[in-house]
Write a protein that binds this ligand. Structure first.
Ligand code: Z5A
Length: 212
């Protein structure tokens, strides 16, 4: 893929699917080709956006409305896009991001039931024409993903949702991938980690490393 700026790669999927683990691998693959990159995440990525992340993830005494959640996600994103993602890409560095707007379509859209057009309006307002060049969707049965995630610390506000919520999130991700096959690659994340990594490398070679 030829561009004047750096490329923007996002990694998506339900919890425990292996995003953090495989982002480290993607970074190694880029560095092995002398491609300068940064790794960031959503919600988060800047000081202010990380504060909003905390608000979103911690369990609140006061129930969070669906609209508040959506607006907080986009408030964090507005800061992240303007302060980190766009400046980094325009310097020619690549950006690898753990979740981006597909997560909003999947969680707030698929999971919470917010209408697609509402999300699309905010997407346009906050991002303009910015979209990932490549999105790797790690796909996994939510029962397995949650079991992996539960081996760690206490559960955040999202992780306390019922399995049916994550089924809807997963379905929304698969629909995004089907609608945008040029941008999205689905990787079966139930496989052994070495197999997942080699499938990711293959996707990078085919989509962004020009076959190298
Ligand atoms: N959210 C939202 O609602 N709307 C939005 O627009 C955005 C986000 C951007 C925080 O995300 C929450 O924000 C998220 C949605 C919401 N909801 N939740 N929960 P997050 O990405 O920070 O949180 P997360 O999804 O919970 O990430 P995670 O649990 O850290 O998962 P992960 O990074 O995908 O997994 P991991 O840490 O790499 O791996 C988990 C474990 O599995 C670990 O022990 C690995 O060694 C193991 N693993 C990984 N791959 C394998 C394979 N292939 N086999 C076996 N074991 C494996």
């Amino acid at each position: 893929m030829q561009k004047d700026t750096g490329l923007f790669i996002t990694v998506e999927g339900i919890e425990g699917v292996g995003k953090s683990t495989n982002i480290e691998w993607i970074k190694q693959c880029l560095e092995a080709r002398n491609i300068q990159c940064i790794v960031t995440r959503e919600p988060g990525g800047t000081l202010l956006a990380e504060k909003i992340r905390q608000l979103l993830l911690e369990v609140q005494e006061e129930p969070v409305t669906e609209l508040s959640e959506l607006l907080l996600v986009f408030a964090a994103r507005a800061q992240h896009v303007e302060r980190l993602i766009k400046p980094t890409l325009s310097q020619g560095q690549w950006v690898i991001c753990d979740r981006f707007t597909d997560a909003t379509y999947a969680y707030q859209g698929g999971g919470r039931g917010i209408h697609r057009s509402t999300i699309a309006e905010l997407e346009l307002l906050v991002q303009g024409q910015l979209k990932p060049d490549l999105t790797i969707i790690l796909d996994l049965d939510p029962a397995i993903g949650l079991a992996r995630a539960q081996q760690r610390a206490s559960l955040d506000r999202f992780e306390q949702e019922e399995i049916a919520f994550f089924e809807k999130v997963r379905k929304a991700y698969l629909e995004i991938a089907a609608a945008e096959p040029e941008r999205c690659v689905i990787i079966d994340a139930s496989q052994n980690l070495d197999v997942v990594k080699s499938n990711i490398l293959l996707a990078l070679q085919q989509r962004v490393f020009n076959g190298e």
